[in-house]
Write a protein that binds this ligand. Structure first.
Ligand SMILES: [Mn+2]
Length: 334
């Protein structure tokens, strides 16, 4: 953590103020964990703090301490805008461009405040007075932990802070298996664990909450799997009819793309999901090693992300999208 930036933040937070904490749209474990973790850290210094999510967070994160105080922007638009406008300092966590904030984009653009960005994605925008942006981190939660340490506040990382930060570290590292997991990640987690968090319970809260429909949808996606062994690539797909057949709810397809990567020899995986209401095909890409799915998604499917995890979308049919993908794969030098 950059010492000059830490000093600037220390000064900004020296007196109790009105602080807003904002996540990206469709907040995940890292977005919720970093936001609630920062909230539990900062509230010990007498600040008045509001946490905003652009839309509702998933049910499997509702156990997080004080998640009920999160303001869901698209459920109370004008009241939420008024609350946001009352904040002097606004942290944007786990994203680096206002358009990632969905319905909040407009409110953020129009709100002048002291912005602090903490994020680990590529190509940050320049809206923040303080930008902590580092793609070397596996999670924003680990960055919040390092911020706390850098500010000299490690002793304020209590059990509530730790439970939140642990959640984001576990989810964004794929339970410590992704390449971005570092020795420092484990050292941070060691500190978090000794606050007394129930890590087994947290893991279970995150992972053992599937519906039977979700498991069967997973089965269908595995049946749809297509493998190109010579191209070290595998993909699967789910049509809207298949989603409907298994009573799809948001979040049910989370993580399915990773299953294809568990095939021996596969380094590039994709899943194509048809959403007829939005008239788009949503695509997730994953890779292992050097194959850059961020570049692939940007070049061919209107998307982007990280080297080993990216998203994209397509406005043509599921069949046409997959045909395009197969043609690209057959020409890959992988
Ligand atoms: Mn993240």
């Amino acid at each position: 953590m950059n010492e000059a930036l830490l000093e600037k933040l220390r000064t900004q937070l020296a007196n109790p103020g009105k602080i807003g904490i904002v996540t990206h749209k469709s907040p995940d474990g890292d977005a919720m964990g970093s936001s609630l973790g920062l909230y539990h850290l900062l509230k010990q210094f007498g600040h008045k703090i509001e946490i905003f999510t652009p839309n509702r967070y998933p049910e499997f994160l509702a156990w997080m301490p004080e998640s009920e105080r999160v303001v869901v922007f698209d459920e109370q638009n004008s009241a939420a805008t008024a609350l946001l406008n009352s904040c002097d300092t606004i942290f944007t966590l786990d994203f680096n461009a206002f358009h990632r904030a969905g319905d909040m984009e407009h409110a953020l653009k129009n709100k002048s405040a002291f912005y602090v960005m903490v994020d680990h994605h590529q190509m940050p925008d320049t809206y923040a007075q303080i930008t902590f942006s580092d793609t070397g981190y596996a999670s924003t939660c680990e960055m919040i932990y390092d911020l706390a340490v850098g500010l000299g506040w490690q002793e304020y990382v209590n059990k509530d802070v730790a439970a939140c930060l642990y959640t984001g570290i576990v989810t964004d590292t794929g339970s410590f298996r992704f390449a971005a997991t570092k020795p420092s990640t484990h050292l941070a987690v060691a500190y978090l664990m000794q606050t007394g968090i129930d890590h087994a319970k947290i893991y279970s809260n995150i992972h053992d909450n599937f519906s039977a429909d979700r498991l069967q949808l997973m089965g269908r996606s595995l049946q749809n799997l297509k493998v190109f062994p010579e191209k070290k690539t595998a993909y699967t797909k789910l049509s809207q009819a298949e989603l409907d057949a298994f009573n799809y709810v948001k979040g049910d397809t989370e993580g399915l793309v990773n299953l294809a990567l568990s095939i021996k020899g596969i380094v590039f995986a994709a899943i194509f999901i048809e959403h007829t209401d939005e008239k788009i095909i949503k695509i997730s890409f994953r890779s292992q090693g050097d194959f850059d799915v961020n570049q692939f998604a940007r070049a061919h499917f209107n998307g982007g992300g990280h080297i080993n995890a990216a998203g994209g979308k397509s406005n043509v049919s599921l069949a046409e999208t997959i045909q395009k993908f197969e043609e690209l794969v057959l020409n890959l030098d992988i």
